[in-house]
Structure formats: C-alpha cells, structure tokens
Design a protein around this ligand. Structure first.
Ligand SMILES: Cc1cc2nc3c(=O)[nH]c(=O)nc-3n(C[C@H](O)[C@H](O)[C@H](O)COP(=O)(O)OP(=O)(O)OC[C@H]3O[C@@H](n4cnc5c(N)ncnc54)[C@H](O)[C@@H]3O)c2cc1C
Length: 381
C-alpha cells in the first residue's frame, strides 16, 4: 500500500500535522484502539494546551533548535487555530490555557479533522527501512510504503496507554544518536532519612525548590511514595542525581516575631503536622516562639533551605514526559527533517526537547508539527 505521508503515532503532534495537511495525503498508524489517548487524560482531564509565557527558556533543550518552531507557530497562532475550530481555551493559574470543561473538546476537534485522512488503529509499527527513495513501514498487520515518514511516537512515559521505544529504534536504525532518556515531570522517591515524608502523605505546601541553578515554585505534595506536586514535577526535569534544596517558607519573614508567644507550630505558615514532623527531625521542641534560643532558631531556619538527595523518581509509569531522545543536532530546526535521511521527520516528545509543566509540551508538539507541515506541503502533489 503506497501513501503520501505515513505518520507513526496518533498523539498530539501527529494529529496537528494530519489536521494541517490536505485531505487524503496522510496515513496515521496508532497502536491504541483510539487516537489521542494521552491528550484525553492530560492536565487533570482538561489538557493544559499552552502558556502565555512561551520561549526556549521553558524547555530543557537546545534553544537554537526550539526557537524557530516556537516562533513559526507560537501560543497565539495556536490559540487562533483553535478559535477557528471553535475552541476557546480558558486561562487558569494566571498563564496556563486549558480546555474549558474537558480535554475531549480538543480531541473532538482532532477526531473531526483527521476524518479526511486514513487512520489505522490497533496497529503497531515494528520497523522502518528504506529502499531507493521509498520507506517501508512494517506493522504487526502489513507493510506500507511511502516517500515520507514522520515519527511522532512520543516517549516512554505512561506505557499503559501505548508508549514505546519505537521512535528511538527507528532513529538509531537511520544512524541517529539518542540523548539518554529518563522519566521527567515526575515525583521523587526518598531515602531512609526522609522516610518521615511518607507519614505526611496528603499534606501540601507552597515551596521554592532549587535544582542546580533552576528554581521551581509552586505546590509540593507529600505522598506515600515520597514527594509530588507541581514544584516537584518541574524540579524533576532538571534533576539527574544528587542534592535538591527546598524552601518550605518562601514567603515567610522571620523579622518582628521575636517576642511571639505562639507555639512554633502555630506561628509558621505550614500545616501543623508538617511543622511538627520537621521539629522532631530537627530535635526541637514545639514551644512558644519567644523561648527559642539563637542556636535553635538557626536549626529552625533550615526550613528555608532544607537539602536532601532523592532516591530516584516514580519512574516512567507515573512520569508525564520523557526527557532526552533523538538528538536535535541531527534534525533540521525549521523542518524537523532528519539531517541523515531525506524524507524522515521527527516531531514532539521523541526529540530531545522537554518542556516544563504548564502546557509547554503540547505547544512543542504542535509547533514542531507546524514546521514539518510547512516543509511537507510543498512536497506532496
Ligand atoms: C498524565 C499526563 C498528563 C499530561 N498533561 C500535559 C498537559 O496538561 N500539558 C502538556 O503540555 N503536556 C502534558 N503531558 C505531556 C504531553 O502529553 C506529551 O508531551 C505530548 O502528548 C507529546 O506528544 P507526541 O505527539 O510527541 O506524543 P504522544 O502524544 O505521546 O503520542 C504518541 C503516540 O504514538 C503511539 N505509538 C507509540 N508507539 C507506537 C508504535 N510502535 N506503533 C504505533 N503507534 C505507536 C502512542 O500510542 C501514542 O498515541 C502530559 C502527559 C501525561 C502522561
């Protein structure tokens, strides 16, 4: 079966590309029984589509690689495209655009758009090879051929909804290098010294978390496995191994409270159970603040720069994304085409481009799809 363009994967980037391209030019191959499985569960079911604050600085990636695509199809271009499809995302948390009621609003748009294309569901791509000018895409059901193959198969996160290593395998087959992959936007497991975190399961607090030179602000959630919540997920993007620092009292001032008769656990703006757990760890008594010695105060102020080394992360089963991937040194930044193999393209998360929490990964999926579209539309008759 010969096709104009074969797209491997039926997720965010694939669906945007197939929507933009003319009718009957695309064959999407998706291993799930339905398209867009990840979109549906994203953003707590409401899909955080994009962000008003956009730029290379919000990505763990080579800035020179991500900039052209982000500029060619930025958050405003995306919002305009969505408006044209009668979807008006709503702004939450000041900068993040979400679907108003459900991610299904966006999935319905893509479902309608890709009706004009061929979509093979429940079909898994196994290998891709090339002979003369044509790629041969082997699935578990048939062989398809095409002059253009777009790898939009995502990363390794959330294997229960179809994630696979096929994108990396195809890339390697054509001589591409893969930047080491790891789970990201994911919670941290803890070592013995921090097992007391698990007893705080369910408690949360606004924190500032520092990994290397990067500061991540937002909510931290104690869980039965360790730490989660937006600030932790963001921090995991920058963490390899080693120490992280948490400021549990980012907006609290120690000035002017010297004479306070309040108990420490009542004075500090943290859930009492959190303060009490840290007091035990710091070997401090919960007592009226004015009774605290300067040595004890020094200890207590460790809450502003609590350091520890996570044991690891919750892994790919819980990670929202995979960092690392197909090296962007070997992919053209304006077209997403391989510099090693004419006609082979890589989009979205399979590339070594990972966004922070806040809609950056979908924006990247859509922006990279747009760059690929601009190149491919001139090639198909
Ligand atoms: C729980 C969760 C919540 C998230 N929330 C957000 C959010 O709110 N905002 C945001 O920006 N990002 C979010 N993300 C990240 C975002 O979903 C991804 O970065 C984005 O979907 C990547 O798009 P993609 O097209 O590269 O890959 P995907 O959307 O992952 O699509 C890849 C597709 O390829 C298919 N596939 C894989 N292997 C094969 C094969 N061998 N044959 C055929 N098909 C195959 C997969 O089944 C999948 O459908 C979230 C992720 C998760 C897991």
């Amino acid at each position: 079966m010969n096709n104009d363009i074969i797209i491997i994967g039926g997720g965010a980037s694939a669906l945007m590309l197939a929507s933009l391209l003319p009718k009957n030019t695309v064959c999407i191959i998706e291993s799930n029984p339905k398209i867009a499985a990840k979109l549906l569960i994203s953003g707590g079911g409401k899909c955080n589509i994009t962000n008003t604050q956009m730029g290379a600085e919000y990505f763990l990636a080579d800035a020179h690689f991500v900039q052209p695509a982000l500029r060619a199809f930025d958050e405003n271009a995306l919002l305009t495209w969505l408006e044209r499809q009668r979807l008006t995302p709503v702004l939450r948390k000041e900068t993040q655009y979400f679907c108003k009621n459900s991610a299904k609003e966006l999935v319905d748009i893509f479902s309608k758009e890709v009706k004009k294309q061929k979509v093979l569901l429940d079909e898994k791509v196994v290998t891709v090879s090339k002979r003369d000018d044509f790629f041969s895409v082997q699935t578990d059901k048939r062989t398809l051929t095409s002059k253009y193959v777009v790898v939009a198969s995502g990363g390794l996160s959330f294997p229960r909804i179809g994630a696979s290593a096929i994108g990396y395998e195809i890339a390697q087959g054509f001589g591409h290098s893969i930047v080491k992959t790891a789970p990201a936007l994911v919670g941290f497991t803890v070592q013995k010294e921090q097992f007391f975190f698990k007893e705080l399961s369910g408690a949360s607090s606004d924190v500032k978390m520092t990994v290397g030179c990067t500061v991540c602000e937002g909510s931290l959630l104690f869980t039965h496995k360790g730490l989660s919540g937006p600030a932790v997920l963001d921090a995991s993007l920058y963490w390899e191994k080693g120490i992280v620092e948490i400021d549990f009292l980012p907006s609290f001032s120690w000035k002017g409270i010297e004479g306070s008769k309040k108990q420490i656990s009542s004075l500090l703006p943290l859930a009492k159970r959190i303060t009490k757990a840290f007091l035990v760890q710091l070997e401090l008594e919960d007592k009226p603040f004015y009774q605290i010695t300067s040595a004890e105060l020094d200890k207590l102020q460790l809450l502003n720069h609590y350091t520890f080394a996570p044991a690891g992360t919750f892994g790919y089963t819980k990670a929202e994304v995979t960092k690392g991937g197909v090296s962007t040194d070997e992919v053209d930044a304006t077209t997403m085409m391989s510099k090693k193999e004419e006609g082979l393209y890589f989009l979205g998360e399979v590339l070594d481009v990972t966004g922070r929490l806040g809609g950056y990964n979908f924006q990247w999926a859509f922006s990279s799809a747009y760059s690929c579209f601009k190149n491919l539309r001139g090639k198909i008759v």
